[in-house]
Write a protein that binds this ligand. Structure first.
Ligand code: HEC
Length: 98
């Protein structure tokens, strides 16, 4: 019984996280990165759909710290508006888009 509860708790927690990430993507990333992150943002970014979540976290954290490509000024305020938890959730969502 205890085992079942643990499994259910993990399933509930991970579906909650996926929902959050999808919500964040829709409200904060979709307009430039497109449906399921399948577009090049403003025709400048790489297509980030299916990127490893850790790579997305590292890249967005870089923008927070003023690193990035020629259009990094676009990403900086967006990156700065994400908490660590938001960033993890949205990165997991983008990584799941393949
Ligand atoms: C206003 C348009 C816009 C929005 C909204 C936006 N981005 Fe971006 N994003 C860009 C542009 C432009 C670049 C390329 C920047 C550069 O030159 O480094 C980029 C680059 C990136 C990259 C790195 C890709 C590369 O080419 O190296 C990641 C990862 C990323 N964005 C994630 C996100 C996430 C996650 C969100 C939502 C929280 C988001 N972006 C919202 C425009 C946007």
């Amino acid at each position: 019984m205890k085992k079942i509860c643990v499994v259910l708790a993990i399933a509930a927690a991970s579906s909650l996280m996926a929902a959050d990430g999808a919500e964040i993507f829709k409200s904060k990333c979709f307009s430039c990165h497109g449906d399921k992150a399948s577009k090049s943002a403003l025709n400048k970014s790489q297509i980030i759909a299916g990127w490893d979540a850790a790579k997305i976290v590292a890249s967005v954290t870089g923008y927070k710290n003023g690193e990035g490509g020629p259009m990094k000024g676009v990403m900086k305020p967006i990156a700065s508006g994400l908490s660590d938890d938001d960033l993890k959730a949205v990165a997991a969502t983008i990584a799941s888009y393949k």
